[in-house]
Design a protein around this ligand. Structure first.
Ligand code: ATP
Ligand code: MG
Ligand code: MG
Ligand code: MG
Length: 486
């Protein structure tokens, strides 16, 4: 009942170990040998080739607690953070896997037992609902899964049929996929729903609101999707499940928000400590504190797994996350660097379960400190420019920040485009994104120009970058050097 998240994590892994599953370590957030994937986004990623039959293991059942980041690509929850009670960029996904061993019936029975049994999570059955695939295109509705939930005692009116958007799971554009079936927990009808606020009806389990909390997804891995979209049946039907630890903890601990679970308490206390403010969930400061708590976790784990802030690819996603956190710190009134201090609280909380964070502590804190110092050098000026611009627009009765301004902020002041969009959005402004893209493309074309005179500088630049190392050079000095190179 009052189980901590650490106890729930351990109970899950033990439950499945007792049922002949091999306990496998979380893989890195940086996918190994998978260029299609930005970051590890589900427990099944490390088993992708086992599902397709390309790789063999000496076990047919596995269980993991997997580090996941959803901040880009097919699964992107970045914009939800701070605003829903249930989405993070970094989270832990508990999972059990069958590689051509058991299938739907056992997967459903295991999940139901773990969630409802008084010996395990003892979650109130009357608040649970299941969903099954309603069928779409050539794939029929999942009458089997429906029957298995019914056999567990789930009343028919609590088994919902949903379409592919919710109940057909795919890791990315290609790879293993299949119909799925989910368990949802009713958090309460008094929780605000955006649909209702807009005068429409709440969509219940299918709604994007926090009333029905999706806690566990059971994927019935049956297909592999190829580049052209074609679905090929897998050699043997398999099971891949994912349950969010933070959400399970919220339900078990009787909290309506993941941020109110023990996992986030020490982190939020640390933010209270540096800001001298009390956490008030309903206020703007509350949003900022949640974003900082979330992003500090993502920063800690991504840097711990070797990602460094940079202007490209994975490093750029990390940089955007870190700069959002820093700017929220600014909004909270934090005038001095704080991110490393919050990352330290994350490591204190998570170090037992993920020793790699503790082992890399000095490095993680150093990277956080450097990125914050570097961004703070331009943050105030950039914010002032954006403020001036919005004041000017307001006076002119306009609501869209010009692409040129967004580009200046990005190129000279280190504001990623999405950060400008967020800040403008808070004041009810949009940003001319096509205009921004145009300026960016023009600048790229200019700097790629290989005319006389420029070549020497270009080569010199490359040579220096080579010597200093790509990440350090591009990562910390890009804003300045780019201007110099031009
Ligand atoms: P949602 O519909 O709430 O966005 P999802 O259907 O995208 O979740 P799945 O891909 O099915 O999620 O992932 C399996 C489980 O992982 C979910 O049932 C949920 O418990 C958890 N989960 C998914 N996304 C997040 C997130 N951004 N933060 C925390 N937990 C998550
Ligand atoms: Mg989602
Ligand atoms: Mg869902
Ligand atoms: Mg789901």
């Amino acid at each position: 009942k009052n189980a901590t998240a650490a106890q729930i994590r351990e109970a899950f892994l033990r439950f499945f170990e007792e049922r002949q599953h091999r306990r496998v370590k979380s893989s890195s957030l940086v996918p190994q040998n998978d260029p299609t994937l930005l970051f590890t986004n589900a427990g099944m990623n490390q088993f992708k080739d086992v599902f397709t039959g390309r790789e063999q293991r000496d076990y047919k059942r596995a269980t993991t607690s997997q580090k996941c980041v959803r901040a880009g690509g097919k699964h992107n929850d970045l914009e939800n953070v701070g605003f829903t009670a249930r989405h993070h960029t970094f989270f832990e996904m508990l999972g059990n896997f069958s590689f051509g061993d058991y299938f739907k019936q056992d997967a459903v029975a295991f999940a139901w037992e773990f969630v409802t049994s008084p010996q395990w999570l003892a979650i109130d059955e009357s608040r649970l609902a299941a969903t099954v695939f309603a069928g779409e295109g050539a794939i029929p509705w999942d009458a089997e899964a429906y029957g298995f939930w019914k056999a567990q005692g789930v009343p028919e009116e609590r088994i919902y049929k949903l379409g592919a958007k919710d109940n057909f799971w795919a890791m990315g554009e290609t790879g293993p996929c299949g119909p799925c079936s989910e368990l949802h927990y009713y958090q309460g009808g008094d929780i605000p729903c955006a649909e209702e606020a807009a005068g429409r009806e709440c969509q219940g389990v299918a709604c994007d609101c926090d009333r029905w909390l999706e806690i566990w997804n059971l994927v019935f891995m049956q297909f592999e999707r190829s580049q052209d979209g074609a679905l090929t049946p897998l050699p043997r039907p398999s099971i891949d499940t994912g349950a969010g630890l933070e959400r399970m903890a919220a339900v078990v601990q009787g909290k309506r928000s993941n941020y109110d679970t023990d996992l986030f308490q020490a982190i939020i206390r640390a933010i209270e400590g540096v800001s001298g403010k009390r956490y008030d969930a309903g206020s703007d400061d509350g949003v900022s504190m949640r974003v900082i708590a979330d992003h500090a976790r993502a920063t800690t784990f991504l840097v711990g797994d070797g990602v460094l802030p940079s202007n490209e690819g994975r490093g750029y996603v990390l940089r955007r996350i870190m700069r959002r956190a820093i700017r929220h710190g600014k909004r909270l009134g934090l005038e001095k660097p704080f991110l490393a201090r919050v990352c330290e609280a994350v490591i204190a909380e998570m170090g037992d379960a993920y020793p790699e964070t503790r082992e890399n502590q000095a490095f993680i804190l150093e990277v956080a400190k450097n990125e914050e110092e570097s961004f703070r050098r331009t943050l105030d000026k950039g914010l002032a420019i954006l403020e001036d611009e919005m004041r000017r627009l307001e006076a002119a009765g306009e609501k869209v920040v010009p692409g040129k301004v967004a580009f200046l902020l990005s190129d000279t002041f280190g504001f990623p485009m999405d950060l400008t969009r967020v800040i403008a959005g808070e004041r009810g402004f949009g940003v001319d994104e096509p205009g921004f893209d145009k300026h960016l493309a023009e600048q790229r074309a200019r700097s790629e120009w290989k005319g006389s005179g420029e070549e020497a500088v270009g080569d010199l630049y490359k040579a220096i970058a080579q010597e200093l190392g790509e990440t350090r050079f591009v990562g910390y000095e890009r804003t300045a050097t780019r201007a110099e190179v031009k």
